[in-house]
Design a protein. Structure first.
Length: 453
């Protein structure tokens, strides 16, 4: 699969946004003393391992002006979170527990306080770094009052775009990656705005990281477009599966499982265009509303996570969503999506009390079932509120059945190969096999996973 590192096939990723979780100040006051807020994350590691997480993905931790995606130093941990020594110690503890560690990397743009951009502000056309940024022109001022203008990410002049055709900025960023790997021992990167970066840079990064660590994983943030453009043997291993993201919850809201079924068939069916990719699957993240706020019926969160953990690809959960917390972005802020949380409070007063235990069971099931990790996908049954499909390897076949209705439902008429018998059942035990056809009786808003060998 696209030379994907073996460890990612069994990964269950937990996405955590440190600046939000630890209640770091919105603005980085550079003269303020270092605050070791990352130390708060140690207490979360026991919870993550209980949940079944084996891969921790941290949102931005590098020195930045505000939200982390406006980087100002690629070689220093944000002083609102700690320092390089404290993060190295944290990384060592993550790895001591047998977990992998992924960092967020922003190579498309920097913040305006990045030293090279400040030199450009100071020295103008005489700056040695004027070619580090794209589209710099001195015949007009920027909306920020600079004596020059420049390209940006999505029109935000607080995020000046790097010129990644420039060998010097390329080398600077690659040396930062080398530092993160050698000093902190990280296992992979989530690459911000990957579809805005020129392709040959990702090819260079892939070759560079592979030379340092053959099992290093690269995953790009891609919102639109065909995924093979970036995820292939030459560039990245994986990308964010935004195509499936919307259907995962709207199929439930609209009582229309045909929507997500169509997406999964397009992506992973017999002639699916992404059959050879391990895509990064999610139901929410730091940029989109919490899924508990998206669902009209909160009980739908159970069939939702059942599908997330059994569909092809890598399941990821955004911090706090394992308890069913809510949060919506506004036109002006993502802060509600990135809250400070008390682990103790969440455990004691979770909005959806039995959701963490369900996720734990699903994670354990996926970890122990090879067909859920790498098996082919084959649709078995589809109705507006019921959905069943197979995940299959040569030695294992798994039937996943899901009921989104608020009433009991039966799924029937699915052919079972003659020589196979059910050896494990998860989620719901009420099923029968008659004349090599299976019938599964499902409670409201629930699922069944039947392993046959």
């Amino acid at each position: 699969m696209n030379n994907t590192p073996d460890w990612i096939q069994s990964a269950f990723i937990y996405h955590l946004y440190p600046l939000g979780l630890t209640a770091a100040p919105h603005d980085n006051h550079y003269e303020a003393p270092t605050e070791y807020r990352l130390d708060k994350l140690y207490a979360w590691l026991d919870h993550l391992q209980w949940l079944g997480v084996n891969t921790l993905f941290l949102g931005p931790i590098l020195q930045s002006s505000q939200h982390g995606y406006d980087t100002i130093d690629y070689f220093q941990v944000d002083k609102r979170l700690g320092d390089n020594h404290s993060f190295k110690a944290f990384s060592q503890e993550v790895h001591r527990r047998g977990m992998r560690l992924i960092l967020d990397a922003v190579f498309n743009h920097s913040g305006r306080d990045f030293w090279a951009f400040q030199d450009l502000q100071k020295n103008g056309q005489q700056s040695a770094y004027k070619d580090w940024y794209e589209g710099v022109r001195f015949d007009q001022n920027s909306p920020m009052g600079d004596r020059f203008n420049y390209q940006t990410w999505a029109g935000y002049h607080s995020l000046p775009k790097f010129n990644l055709s420039n060998a010097e900025i390329r080398n600077h960023l690659l040396q930062a990656v080398k530092f993160w790997i050698e000093e902190w021992g990280i296992d992979g990167l989530r690459l911000d705005a990957a579809d805005h970066v020129q392709l040959d840079f990702w090819q260079t990064l892939r070759q560079f990281t592979t030379s340092l660590r053959p099992d290093f994983w690269l995953m790009g943030e891609v919102v639109h477009g065909e995924y093979q453009h970036l995820a292939n043997h030459q560039h990245l291993h994986s990308v964010t599966n935004y195509e499936a993201y919307k259907g995962l919850y709207s199929s439930l809201n609209d009582a229309n499982y045909f929507e997500i079924a169509h997406t999964l068939e397009r992506q992973f069916g017999e002639v699916g265009i992404y059959r050879d990719l391990m895509l990064y699957n999610f139901v929410d993240n730091h940029d989109v509303n919490r899924v508990a706020s998206q669902l009209k019926n909160k009980q739908h969160i159970f069939p939702l996570y059942a599908l997330l953990f059994t569909m092809p690809g890598i399941p990821s959960i955004y911090y706090g969503s394992e308890w069913g917390i809510e949060g919506k972005r506004t036109n002006f802020s993502d802060q509600a999506l990135r809250p400070a949380l008390s682990l103790e409070s969440m455990i004691q007063k979770a909005p959806i009390a039995n959701l963490p235990a369900t996720i734990r069971q699903l994670a354990e099931l996926r970890l122990t079932a090879p067909a859920l990790q790498v098996g082919i996908y084959r649709q078995a049954y589809i109705r507006p509120q019921q959905f069943a499909f197979w995940r299959e390897t040569e030695n294992q076949k798994i039937l996943i059945s899901i009921n989104a209705s608020s009433e009991k439902a039966s799924i029937s008429g699915i052919r079972v190969p003659d020589h196979l018998k059910a050896i494990q059942i998860h989620g719901q035990l009420d099923f029968s096999i008659d004349n090599h056809e299976i019938q599964v009786n499902l409670p409201p808003c629930w699922y069944s996973v039947i392993i046959l060998e």
